[in-house]
Ligand binder design. Structure first.
Ligand code: PGA
Length: 249
């Protein structure tokens, strides 16, 4: 059985009331499948609601979209790993392209955040991916390697084994343009060999960037993809039920 992970990144959508209504609809419509897990990354304000609503379902998990690297302190507006964990988070996105490109997060920040997430017992989902200019300059694989090295260098093998990677080309996020399965596969294979070369035996590598009902089957037919990280197409519960129920050969 090929284990698959479907991750929903709600970004700045779905407050507690909307999240509750969404999950009622999702839970009523989705039949759990033994080959797949579904992770939700709601805004921090809805984490508690989401984690309570999915409690008792081992195939479902809630995570934070971003965390600060310090466990506590005077960091107005930030969410620490222990606070996210208290609200039910079991994973956290790190280095999402919007954090890097809108909020100016650096490679060094991602390194601190990965360590904080691991120290807090959560699963880091490290996002990597090139800009359009970098792709056109032929730097796609080099950018992925640089971002992996910056965020993960020096981690013990045990820690490295717990990290999930999401390859999300910046030019594909929210643009309606997605990488072809073959393009994605090439980067996934590079990421996988980077990790296995450091002892992480079977890393999970997700693809993200304009995944939707039209392209999901074709993307998942590519065996290099262990799942998907989805923004826009995860915001409607009925669409998400359909997407995560996609049959895979
Ligand atoms: P998108 O977002 O599916 O809307 O392109 C993906 C992401 O940013 O994780």
């Amino acid at each position: 059985m090929r284990p698959l992970l479907f991750a929903a990144n709600w970004k700045m959508h779905l407050g507690p009331d909307a999240a509750r209504a969404y999950l009622d609809q999702f839970l009523a419509g989705y039949t759990p499948q033994p080959d797949r897990k579904v992770w939700f990354f709601p805004p921090a304000i809805s984490l508690d609601t989401v984690s309570r609503r999915i409690a008792g379902r081992p195939d479902l998990l809630a995570g934070a979209q971003d965390v600060h690297w310090e466990p506590k302190g005077a960091f107005t507006g930030a969410t620490s790993v222990p606070l996210a964990a208290e609200a039910g988070a079991r994973a956290a996105l790190v280095g999402h392209s919007e954090r890097r490109h809108v909020f100016g997060e650096t490679d060094a920040d991602t390194a601190r955040k990965v360590r904080a997430v691991l120290a807090g017992g959560l699963v880091p989902v490290l996002c990597v991916g090139e800009t359009l200019a970098q792709r056109e300059a032929g730097e796609t694989l080099a950018v992925a390697r640089r971002q992996l090295l910056a965020a993960l260098d020096g981690l013990e093998t045990d820690a490295l084994r717990r990290v999930v990677i999401a390859y999300e080309p910046v030019w594909a996020i929210g643009t309606g343009r997605n990488a072809t399965p073959a393009d994605a596969a090439q980067v996934h294979s590079e990421i996988r060999s980077w990790l296995t070369g450091r002892g992480a035996a079977s890393p999970m590598v997700l693809y993200g960037g304009s995944v939707n009902l039209k392209n999901i089957a074709e993307l998942l037919a590519e065996r290099e993809l262990d799942g998907v990280l989805v923004g826009g197409a995860s915001l409607d519960a009925a669409t998400w039920v359909q997407l995560v129920s996609t049959p895979v050969a």
